[in-house]
Design a protein around this ligand. Sequence first.
Ligand SMILES: Nc1ncnc2c1ncn2[C@@H]1O[C@H](COP(=O)(O)OP(=O)(O)OP(=O)(O)O)[C@@H](O)[C@H]1O
Ligand SMILES: [Mg+2]
Length: 476
Amino acid sequence: MTLARICALVCGAGAATLLILVDAYIGPQANPRPTQPGFFLIVVVAAASIGGWAARFLRRPIDDLIRATRATERASVWPSLTPGAPHELHDLNRALADSQERNERVVQSLAEERFRFQGIFDSMTEAILVTDEQGRIVLTNRALTDLFGIDDTNYGLRPEDVIRSAAICESVDEVLVSRLRVASEVPLPGVTPRHLDVRVAPIVDEDRLVGSVTVLYDITNLRRLERTRADFVANVSHELRTPLTAIRGSAETLADGALEDRDAAGRFVAVINSHAKRLTNLLDDLLDLSRLESDELQIDVHNHALASLIEAAQEAVEETRQGKRIEIQVQLEDPSTSVRCDRQLIEQTLINLMDNAIKYTPEDGRIAIRTYRAEREHVAGELLKHDLALGVDAAQNSADALFIEVTDSGIGIPPDVLDRVFERFYRVDKGRSREMGGTGLGLAIVRHALSLHGEHVFVDSSPGSGSTFGFTLAVD
Ligand SMILES: Nc1ncnc2c1ncn2[C@@H]1O[C@H](COP(=O)(O)OP(=O)(O)OP(=O)(O)O)[C@@H](O)[C@H]1O
Ligand SMILES: [Mg+2]
Protein backbone atom coordinates (compact mmCIF):
# COMPACT_ATOMS: atom_id res chain seq x y z
CA MET A 1 0.00 0.00 0.00
CA THR A 2 1.32 3.49 -0.86
CA LEU A 3 1.79 6.34 1.57
CA ALA A 4 -1.00 8.37 -0.18
CA ARG A 5 -3.53 5.56 0.31
CA ILE A 6 -2.59 5.10 3.95
CA CYS A 7 -2.99 8.86 4.62
CA ALA A 8 -6.33 9.00 2.72
CA LEU A 9 -7.66 6.00 4.64
CA VAL A 10 -6.48 7.35 7.97
CA CYS A 11 -8.02 10.79 7.29
CA GLY A 12 -11.25 9.26 5.92
CA ALA A 13 -11.55 6.94 8.92
CA GLY A 14 -10.83 9.87 11.27
CA ALA A 15 -13.53 12.02 9.62
CA ALA A 16 -16.11 9.20 9.78
CA THR A 17 -15.35 8.56 13.46
CA LEU A 18 -15.71 12.29 14.16
CA LEU A 19 -19.12 12.38 12.39
CA ILE A 20 -20.34 9.34 14.29
CA LEU A 21 -19.29 10.97 17.59
CA VAL A 22 -20.96 14.29 16.63
CA ASP A 23 -24.11 12.39 15.63
CA ALA A 24 -24.15 10.46 18.86
CA TYR A 25 -23.58 13.55 21.03
CA ILE A 26 -25.57 16.29 19.31
CA GLY A 27 -28.00 14.18 17.19
CA PRO A 28 -30.57 13.40 19.87
CA GLN A 29 -31.11 17.12 20.65
CA ALA A 30 -30.96 18.49 17.05
CA ASN A 31 -33.78 18.36 14.55
CA PRO A 32 -33.19 17.75 11.70
CA ARG A 33 -30.25 15.30 12.49
CA PRO A 34 -26.93 16.88 11.31
CA THR A 35 -25.46 13.74 9.75
CA GLN A 36 -27.56 13.07 6.71
CA PRO A 37 -25.94 10.35 4.43
CA GLY A 38 -25.07 12.91 1.69
CA PHE A 39 -23.25 15.18 4.15
CA PHE A 40 -21.50 12.16 5.64
CA LEU A 41 -20.15 11.19 2.17
CA ILE A 42 -18.96 14.73 1.41
CA VAL A 43 -17.03 14.90 4.72
CA VAL A 44 -15.37 11.51 4.13
CA VAL A 45 -14.33 12.40 0.55
CA ALA A 46 -12.98 15.79 1.68
CA ALA A 47 -11.03 14.10 4.49
CA ALA A 48 -9.60 11.51 2.10
CA SER A 49 -8.48 14.33 -0.27
CA ILE A 50 -6.76 16.16 2.61
CA GLY A 51 -5.09 12.81 3.48
CA GLY A 52 -3.91 12.43 -0.12
CA TRP A 53 -2.45 15.97 -0.11
CA ALA A 54 -0.71 15.32 3.24
CA ALA A 55 0.70 12.10 1.83
CA ARG A 56 2.12 13.90 -1.21
CA PHE A 57 3.64 16.51 1.13
CA LEU A 58 5.33 13.75 3.14
CA ARG A 59 6.24 11.74 0.10
CA ARG A 60 8.60 14.35 -1.42
CA PRO A 61 11.30 14.23 1.31
CA ILE A 62 10.95 10.45 1.51
CA ASP A 63 11.50 10.24 -2.24
CA ASP A 64 14.57 12.48 -1.73
CA LEU A 65 15.82 10.04 0.88
CA ILE A 66 15.25 7.04 -1.41
CA ARG A 67 17.04 8.80 -4.25
CA ALA A 68 19.92 9.80 -1.99
CA THR A 69 20.35 6.26 -0.70
CA ARG A 70 20.35 4.86 -4.24
CA ALA A 71 22.75 7.53 -5.42
CA THR A 72 25.35 7.03 -2.67
CA GLU A 73 27.56 4.90 -4.91
CA ARG A 74 27.91 7.79 -7.36
CA ALA A 75 27.45 10.85 -5.12
CA SER A 76 30.48 12.24 -3.30
CA VAL A 77 28.30 14.40 -1.01
CA TRP A 78 25.15 13.14 0.68
CA PRO A 79 22.17 15.22 -0.66
CA SER A 80 20.03 17.30 1.75
CA LEU A 81 16.19 17.18 1.89
CA THR A 82 13.78 19.82 0.59
CA PRO A 83 13.59 22.59 3.24
CA GLY A 84 9.91 22.05 4.22
CA ALA A 85 10.32 18.38 5.16
CA PRO A 86 9.44 17.34 8.72
CA HIS A 87 12.40 17.58 11.11
CA GLU A 88 12.19 13.85 11.95
CA LEU A 89 13.00 13.15 8.30
CA HIS A 90 15.88 15.65 8.46
CA ASP A 91 17.18 13.74 11.52
CA LEU A 92 16.85 10.47 9.66
CA ASN A 93 18.67 11.96 6.67
CA ARG A 94 21.54 13.17 8.88
CA ALA A 95 21.79 9.76 10.57
CA LEU A 96 21.94 8.07 7.17
CA ALA A 97 24.56 10.56 5.95
CA ASP A 98 26.74 9.89 9.05
CA SER A 99 26.37 6.16 8.61
CA GLN A 100 27.29 6.47 4.93
CA GLU A 101 30.41 8.50 5.83
CA ARG A 102 31.48 5.86 8.36
CA ASN A 103 30.96 3.09 5.80
CA GLU A 104 33.03 4.97 3.24
CA ARG A 105 35.88 5.34 5.73
CA VAL A 106 35.76 1.61 6.55
CA VAL A 107 35.72 0.67 2.85
CA GLN A 108 38.60 3.07 2.17
CA SER A 109 40.75 1.74 5.01
CA LEU A 110 39.98 -1.87 3.94
CA ALA A 111 41.08 -1.04 0.39
CA GLU A 112 44.30 0.58 1.71
CA GLU A 113 44.93 -2.40 3.96
CA ARG A 114 44.48 -4.82 1.07
CA PHE A 115 46.76 -2.75 -1.16
CA ARG A 116 49.48 -2.72 1.54
CA PHE A 117 49.03 -6.43 2.19
CA GLN A 118 49.31 -7.32 -1.53
CA GLY A 119 52.38 -5.06 -1.80
CA ILE A 120 54.12 -6.89 1.06
CA PHE A 121 52.98 -10.19 -0.36
CA ASP A 122 54.32 -9.37 -3.81
CA SER A 123 57.68 -8.18 -2.54
CA MET A 124 58.38 -11.54 -0.85
CA THR A 125 61.02 -13.77 -2.47
CA GLU A 126 59.04 -16.84 -1.46
CA ALA A 127 56.19 -17.85 -3.76
CA ILE A 128 52.86 -18.08 -1.89
CA LEU A 129 49.75 -20.06 -2.79
CA VAL A 130 46.63 -19.86 -0.62
CA THR A 131 43.64 -22.17 -1.14
CA ASP A 132 40.23 -22.39 0.51
CA GLU A 133 39.16 -25.52 2.40
CA GLN A 134 38.05 -27.14 -0.89
CA GLY A 135 41.57 -26.72 -2.30
CA ARG A 136 40.62 -23.90 -4.71
CA ILE A 137 43.18 -21.13 -5.28
CA VAL A 138 42.15 -17.90 -3.54
CA LEU A 139 45.38 -15.90 -3.30
CA THR A 140 48.80 -15.80 -4.97
CA ASN A 141 51.79 -13.45 -5.10
CA ARG A 142 54.16 -12.21 -7.81
CA ALA A 143 56.88 -14.79 -7.02
CA LEU A 144 54.33 -17.53 -7.73
CA THR A 145 53.43 -15.85 -11.02
CA ASP A 146 57.15 -15.86 -11.93
CA LEU A 147 57.48 -19.52 -10.98
CA PHE A 148 54.32 -21.04 -12.47
CA GLY A 149 52.60 -18.21 -14.34
CA ILE A 150 49.66 -18.29 -11.90
CA ASP A 151 47.86 -15.03 -11.05
CA ASP A 152 44.42 -13.81 -9.96
CA THR A 153 42.90 -14.97 -13.27
CA ASN A 154 43.42 -18.52 -11.98
CA TYR A 155 41.52 -17.96 -8.72
CA GLY A 156 38.89 -20.66 -8.23
CA LEU A 157 40.97 -23.33 -9.99
CA ARG A 158 42.66 -26.20 -8.19
CA PRO A 159 46.49 -26.35 -7.95
CA GLU A 160 46.64 -29.44 -10.23
CA ASP A 161 44.97 -27.39 -13.00
CA VAL A 162 47.88 -24.94 -13.12
CA ILE A 163 50.93 -26.39 -11.31
CA ARG A 164 52.98 -28.98 -13.18
CA SER A 165 54.24 -30.72 -10.08
CA ALA A 166 52.22 -33.62 -8.68
CA ALA A 167 54.29 -33.52 -5.46
CA ILE A 168 53.20 -29.93 -4.63
CA CYS A 169 49.50 -30.58 -5.42
CA GLU A 170 49.50 -33.78 -3.37
CA SER A 171 51.05 -31.94 -0.41
CA VAL A 172 48.22 -29.36 -0.51
CA ASP A 173 45.58 -32.14 -0.62
CA GLU A 174 47.31 -34.01 2.19
CA VAL A 175 47.33 -30.94 4.45
CA LEU A 176 43.63 -30.23 3.79
CA VAL A 177 42.79 -33.77 4.90
CA SER A 178 45.24 -34.26 7.79
CA ARG A 179 45.43 -30.62 8.97
CA LEU A 180 49.14 -31.25 9.64
CA ARG A 181 52.04 -29.24 8.21
CA VAL A 182 54.06 -30.81 5.40
CA ALA A 183 57.61 -29.86 4.30
CA SER A 184 59.46 -31.33 1.35
CA GLU A 185 62.07 -30.61 -1.29
CA VAL A 186 60.68 -30.84 -4.80
CA PRO A 187 62.74 -31.02 -8.00
CA LEU A 188 61.15 -29.22 -10.97
CA PRO A 189 62.32 -30.66 -14.29
CA GLY A 190 62.38 -28.34 -17.30
CA VAL A 191 64.71 -26.39 -19.56
CA THR A 192 66.34 -24.96 -16.43
CA PRO A 193 65.74 -27.59 -13.73
CA ARG A 194 65.01 -26.14 -10.31
CA HIS A 195 64.84 -27.24 -6.71
CA LEU A 196 62.07 -25.94 -4.48
CA ASP A 197 61.71 -26.03 -0.73
CA VAL A 198 57.94 -26.52 -0.24
CA ARG A 199 56.12 -25.94 3.04
CA VAL A 200 52.34 -26.35 3.30
CA ALA A 201 50.34 -25.48 6.43
CA PRO A 202 46.62 -25.61 7.21
CA ILE A 203 44.76 -22.36 7.97
CA VAL A 204 42.52 -23.00 10.96
CA ASP A 205 40.03 -20.54 12.47
CA GLU A 206 38.72 -21.60 15.90
CA ASP A 207 39.07 -25.30 15.10
CA ARG A 208 37.48 -24.90 11.67
CA LEU A 209 39.67 -25.58 8.60
CA VAL A 210 39.40 -22.60 6.25
CA GLY A 211 42.17 -23.37 3.77
CA SER A 212 45.88 -23.96 3.24
CA VAL A 213 48.94 -21.82 2.65
CA THR A 214 51.90 -23.06 0.63
CA VAL A 215 55.28 -21.31 0.74
CA LEU A 216 57.71 -22.24 -2.03
CA TYR A 217 61.36 -21.17 -1.90
CA ASP A 218 63.69 -21.60 -4.86
CA ILE A 219 66.82 -23.31 -3.49
CA THR A 220 68.38 -24.12 -6.88
CA ASN A 221 71.35 -21.79 -6.32
CA LEU A 222 71.85 -23.03 -2.79
CA ARG A 223 71.98 -26.65 -3.97
CA ARG A 224 74.29 -25.70 -6.85
CA LEU A 225 76.65 -23.94 -4.42
CA GLU A 226 76.63 -26.92 -2.11
CA ARG A 227 77.46 -29.23 -5.01
CA THR A 228 80.23 -26.90 -6.24
CA ARG A 229 81.70 -26.77 -2.75
CA ALA A 230 81.53 -30.56 -2.38
CA ASP A 231 83.10 -31.02 -5.84
CA PHE A 232 85.78 -28.50 -4.94
CA VAL A 233 86.73 -30.33 -1.75
CA ALA A 234 86.76 -33.66 -3.61
CA ASN A 235 88.90 -32.17 -6.40
CA VAL A 236 91.38 -30.52 -4.03
CA SER A 237 91.71 -33.73 -2.01
CA HIS A 238 92.30 -35.68 -5.20
CA GLU A 239 94.86 -33.18 -6.51
CA LEU A 240 96.70 -33.24 -3.18
CA ARG A 241 96.63 -36.98 -2.89
CA THR A 242 98.32 -37.68 -6.25
CA PRO A 243 101.61 -35.83 -5.59
CA LEU A 244 101.59 -36.82 -1.91
CA THR A 245 101.28 -40.50 -2.86
CA ALA A 246 104.20 -40.12 -5.28
CA ILE A 247 106.30 -38.33 -2.65
CA ARG A 248 105.50 -40.93 0.00
CA GLY A 249 106.17 -43.83 -2.40
CA SER A 250 109.55 -42.40 -3.39
CA ALA A 251 110.51 -41.64 0.21
CA GLU A 252 109.57 -45.19 1.30
CA THR A 253 111.54 -46.72 -1.57
CA LEU A 254 114.54 -44.61 -0.59
CA ALA A 255 114.19 -45.68 3.04
CA ASP A 256 113.91 -49.32 1.96
CA GLY A 257 117.41 -49.25 0.47
CA ALA A 258 117.27 -47.20 -2.73
CA LEU A 259 119.26 -44.56 -0.83
CA GLU A 260 122.34 -46.79 -1.14
CA ASP A 261 122.03 -46.87 -4.95
CA ARG A 262 123.20 -43.44 -6.12
CA ASP A 263 121.47 -43.55 -9.53
CA ALA A 264 118.14 -44.79 -8.15
CA ALA A 265 118.38 -42.30 -5.25
CA GLY A 266 118.86 -39.46 -7.73
CA ARG A 267 115.76 -40.51 -9.69
CA PHE A 268 113.58 -40.77 -6.60
CA VAL A 269 114.75 -37.41 -5.25
CA ALA A 270 113.88 -35.88 -8.66
CA VAL A 271 110.37 -37.39 -8.41
CA ILE A 272 109.97 -35.98 -4.91
CA ASN A 273 111.18 -32.61 -6.12
CA SER A 274 108.82 -32.46 -9.11
CA HIS A 275 105.77 -33.49 -7.08
CA ALA A 276 106.65 -31.05 -4.30
CA LYS A 277 106.82 -28.36 -6.99
CA ARG A 278 103.41 -29.44 -8.23
CA LEU A 279 102.02 -29.18 -4.70
CA THR A 280 103.44 -25.67 -4.43
CA ASN A 281 101.85 -24.72 -7.78
CA LEU A 282 98.52 -26.12 -6.66
CA LEU A 283 98.61 -24.22 -3.39
CA ASP A 284 99.66 -21.01 -5.16
CA ASP A 285 96.75 -21.37 -7.63
CA LEU A 286 94.30 -22.13 -4.83
CA LEU A 287 95.45 -19.09 -2.88
CA ASP A 288 95.17 -16.89 -6.00
CA LEU A 289 91.66 -18.18 -6.67
CA SER A 290 90.46 -17.71 -3.11
CA ARG A 291 91.92 -14.20 -3.07
CA LEU A 292 90.09 -13.40 -6.32
CA GLU A 293 86.84 -14.85 -5.00
CA SER A 294 86.97 -13.07 -1.65
CA ASP A 295 84.61 -10.13 -1.39
CA GLU A 296 87.26 -7.97 0.22
CA LEU A 297 89.59 -7.96 -2.78
CA GLN A 298 90.00 -4.43 -4.12
CA ILE A 299 91.57 -4.27 -7.54
CA ASP A 300 94.13 -1.56 -8.10
CA VAL A 301 93.27 -0.08 -11.51
CA HIS A 302 95.68 2.33 -13.25
CA ASN A 303 96.86 3.05 -16.76
CA HIS A 304 99.69 0.70 -17.80
CA ALA A 305 101.68 0.45 -21.01
CA LEU A 306 100.46 -2.70 -22.74
CA ALA A 307 103.89 -3.45 -24.25
CA SER A 308 105.51 -3.63 -20.81
CA LEU A 309 102.79 -5.99 -19.53
CA ILE A 310 103.35 -8.36 -22.44
CA GLU A 311 107.14 -8.22 -22.03
CA ALA A 312 106.87 -9.12 -18.34
CA ALA A 313 104.62 -12.10 -19.16
CA GLN A 314 107.00 -13.23 -21.92
CA GLU A 315 109.91 -13.19 -19.48
CA ALA A 316 107.97 -15.36 -17.06
CA VAL A 317 107.36 -18.12 -19.65
CA GLU A 318 110.72 -17.77 -21.43
CA GLU A 319 112.27 -20.90 -19.92
CA THR A 320 109.35 -23.16 -20.92
CA ARG A 321 109.20 -21.57 -24.36
CA GLN A 322 112.86 -22.24 -24.97
CA GLY A 323 112.46 -25.83 -23.75
CA LYS A 324 109.95 -26.45 -26.56
CA ARG A 325 111.62 -24.17 -29.14
CA ILE A 326 108.39 -22.30 -29.68
CA GLU A 327 108.41 -18.97 -31.50
CA ILE A 328 106.35 -16.09 -30.09
CA GLN A 329 105.36 -13.22 -32.40
CA VAL A 330 103.96 -10.02 -30.93
CA GLN A 331 101.83 -7.83 -33.25
CA LEU A 332 100.54 -4.76 -31.42
CA GLU A 333 98.21 -2.51 -33.40
CA ASP A 334 99.60 0.50 -31.50
CA PRO A 335 102.69 -0.28 -29.33
CA SER A 336 102.16 2.88 -27.26
CA THR A 337 98.67 1.88 -26.09
CA SER A 338 98.00 1.98 -22.37
CA VAL A 339 95.28 -0.07 -20.76
CA ARG A 340 93.30 0.51 -17.58
CA CYS A 341 93.84 -2.50 -15.33
CA ASP A 342 95.27 -4.04 -12.17
CA ARG A 343 98.85 -4.73 -13.32
CA GLN A 344 99.43 -7.84 -11.21
CA LEU A 345 96.14 -9.53 -12.24
CA ILE A 346 96.53 -8.82 -15.96
CA GLU A 347 100.19 -9.92 -15.95
CA GLN A 348 99.05 -13.16 -14.28
CA THR A 349 96.27 -13.50 -16.92
CA LEU A 350 98.77 -13.12 -19.76
CA ILE A 351 101.16 -15.60 -18.12
CA ASN A 352 98.37 -18.18 -17.73
CA LEU A 353 97.26 -17.84 -21.37
CA MET A 354 100.83 -17.94 -22.71
CA ASP A 355 101.70 -20.84 -20.43
CA ASN A 356 98.70 -22.80 -21.80
CA ALA A 357 99.58 -21.88 -25.37
CA ILE A 358 103.11 -23.25 -24.84
CA LYS A 359 101.91 -26.29 -22.86
CA TYR A 360 99.31 -27.40 -25.42
CA THR A 361 101.40 -26.70 -28.52
CA PRO A 362 103.86 -29.32 -29.80
CA GLU A 363 107.58 -28.49 -29.97
CA ASP A 364 108.68 -26.01 -32.68
CA GLY A 365 105.16 -24.55 -32.80
CA ARG A 366 104.13 -20.90 -33.11
CA ILE A 367 102.34 -18.46 -30.85
CA ALA A 368 101.07 -15.03 -31.86
CA ILE A 369 100.04 -12.20 -29.55
CA ARG A 370 97.82 -9.72 -31.33
CA THR A 371 95.86 -6.66 -30.20
CA TYR A 372 93.22 -4.50 -31.85
CA ARG A 373 90.95 -1.75 -30.70
CA ALA A 374 87.14 -1.67 -30.91
CA GLU A 375 84.93 1.34 -30.32
CA ARG A 376 82.49 1.06 -27.46
CA GLU A 377 79.44 0.40 -29.65
CA HIS A 378 81.26 -2.35 -31.62
CA VAL A 379 82.50 -4.34 -28.61
CA ALA A 380 79.38 -6.53 -28.36
CA GLY A 381 79.51 -7.27 -32.11
CA GLU A 382 83.22 -8.20 -31.95
CA LEU A 383 82.58 -10.56 -29.02
CA LEU A 384 79.81 -12.30 -30.94
CA LYS A 385 82.33 -13.34 -33.59
CA HIS A 386 83.99 -15.75 -31.15
CA ASP A 387 83.04 -19.36 -30.38
CA LEU A 388 82.51 -18.48 -26.71
CA ALA A 389 82.61 -15.17 -24.83
CA LEU A 390 82.04 -14.73 -21.10
CA GLY A 391 81.47 -11.58 -19.08
CA VAL A 392 78.92 -8.92 -18.23
CA ASP A 393 76.60 -7.51 -20.91
CA ALA A 394 78.91 -5.73 -23.36
CA ALA A 395 76.22 -3.13 -24.07
CA GLN A 396 77.05 -1.63 -20.64
CA ASN A 397 80.64 -0.82 -21.70
CA SER A 398 81.41 2.81 -21.16
CA ALA A 399 84.81 2.91 -22.90
CA ASP A 400 86.49 1.64 -26.06
CA ALA A 401 88.04 -1.79 -25.66
CA LEU A 402 91.37 -3.30 -26.57
CA PHE A 403 91.11 -6.93 -27.66
CA ILE A 404 94.20 -8.94 -26.66
CA GLU A 405 94.53 -12.41 -28.19
CA VAL A 406 96.97 -15.28 -27.70
CA THR A 407 96.84 -17.71 -30.64
CA ASP A 408 98.67 -21.02 -30.73
CA SER A 409 99.18 -23.76 -33.30
CA GLY A 410 98.52 -26.45 -30.70
CA ILE A 411 96.18 -29.39 -30.11
CA GLY A 412 92.98 -27.33 -29.90
CA ILE A 413 89.86 -28.05 -27.82
CA PRO A 414 86.78 -30.08 -28.90
CA PRO A 415 83.74 -27.73 -29.31
CA ASP A 416 81.52 -29.72 -26.90
CA VAL A 417 83.81 -28.98 -23.92
CA LEU A 418 84.82 -25.45 -24.85
CA ASP A 419 82.48 -23.91 -22.28
CA ARG A 420 83.93 -26.09 -19.53
CA VAL A 421 87.60 -25.10 -19.72
CA PHE A 422 86.99 -22.07 -17.46
CA GLU A 423 85.61 -24.31 -14.67
CA ARG A 424 87.85 -24.98 -11.71
CA PHE A 425 89.87 -28.23 -12.11
CA TYR A 426 88.42 -28.97 -15.55
CA ARG A 427 90.98 -30.44 -17.96
CA VAL A 428 90.16 -31.77 -21.40
CA ASP A 429 92.65 -34.63 -21.07
CA LYS A 430 93.19 -35.14 -17.37
CA GLY A 431 96.17 -37.49 -17.65
CA ARG A 432 97.96 -35.32 -20.20
CA SER A 433 97.45 -32.01 -18.35
CA ARG A 434 98.52 -33.56 -15.10
CA GLU A 435 101.67 -34.93 -16.72
CA MET A 436 102.46 -31.38 -17.70
CA GLY A 437 101.97 -30.23 -14.13
CA GLY A 438 98.58 -28.60 -14.79
CA THR A 439 96.01 -28.28 -11.98
CA GLY A 440 93.11 -27.04 -14.10
CA LEU A 441 92.87 -23.73 -12.21
CA GLY A 442 94.68 -21.43 -14.64
CA LEU A 443 91.67 -20.42 -16.76
CA ALA A 444 89.37 -20.19 -13.71
CA ILE A 445 91.84 -17.61 -12.34
CA VAL A 446 91.82 -15.78 -15.72
CA ARG A 447 88.03 -15.65 -15.76
CA HIS A 448 87.84 -14.29 -12.21
CA ALA A 449 90.54 -11.68 -12.82
CA LEU A 450 88.65 -10.35 -15.86
CA SER A 451 85.26 -10.44 -14.22
CA LEU A 452 86.71 -8.31 -11.40
CA HIS A 453 87.64 -5.78 -14.11
CA GLY A 454 84.12 -6.04 -15.60
CA GLU A 455 85.75 -7.31 -18.80
CA HIS A 456 85.30 -10.25 -21.16
CA VAL A 457 87.21 -13.39 -21.91
CA PHE A 458 86.70 -15.32 -25.15
CA VAL A 459 87.97 -18.36 -26.98
CA ASP A 460 88.03 -19.90 -30.47
CA SER A 461 89.39 -23.36 -31.01
CA SER A 462 89.35 -26.30 -33.34
CA PRO A 463 90.97 -29.61 -32.49
CA GLY A 464 94.22 -30.17 -34.34
CA SER A 465 94.67 -26.62 -35.62
CA GLY A 466 95.07 -24.52 -32.48
CA SER A 467 93.28 -22.13 -30.18
CA THR A 468 92.89 -18.43 -29.56
CA PHE A 469 92.24 -17.24 -26.02
CA GLY A 470 91.68 -13.54 -25.55
CA PHE A 471 90.24 -10.80 -23.35
CA THR A 472 89.21 -7.17 -23.43
CA LEU A 473 90.55 -4.21 -21.46
CA ALA A 474 89.30 -0.65 -21.30
CA VAL A 475 91.32 1.99 -23.18
CA ASP A 476 90.99 5.78 -23.23
N1 LIG B 1 95.77 -23.22 -25.49
C1 LIG B 1 95.15 -24.38 -25.21
N2 LIG B 1 95.11 -25.37 -26.12
C2 LIG B 1 94.47 -26.51 -25.86
N3 LIG B 1 93.84 -26.78 -24.70
C3 LIG B 1 93.86 -25.84 -23.75
C4 LIG B 1 94.51 -24.58 -23.96
N4 LIG B 1 94.34 -23.83 -22.86
C5 LIG B 1 93.62 -24.58 -22.00
N5 LIG B 1 93.34 -25.78 -22.53
C6 LIG B 1 92.56 -26.86 -21.90
O1 LIG B 1 91.83 -26.30 -20.85
C7 LIG B 1 92.12 -26.94 -19.62
C8 LIG B 1 92.07 -25.95 -18.50
O2 LIG B 1 93.12 -25.02 -18.62
P1 LIG B 1 93.73 -24.41 -17.31
O3 LIG B 1 94.75 -23.42 -17.69
O4 LIG B 1 92.61 -23.97 -16.46
O5 LIG B 1 94.35 -25.66 -16.58
P2 LIG B 1 95.75 -26.37 -16.80
O6 LIG B 1 96.54 -25.66 -17.82
O7 LIG B 1 95.45 -27.82 -17.05
O8 LIG B 1 96.38 -26.23 -15.38
P3 LIG B 1 96.99 -24.92 -14.71
O9 LIG B 1 96.13 -24.71 -13.54
O10 LIG B 1 98.38 -25.27 -14.34
O11 LIG B 1 96.92 -23.82 -15.72
C9 LIG B 1 93.49 -27.54 -19.85
O12 LIG B 1 93.69 -28.65 -19.02
C10 LIG B 1 93.44 -27.93 -21.30
O13 LIG B 1 92.82 -29.17 -21.43
MG1 LIG C 1 96.84 -23.51 -17.59
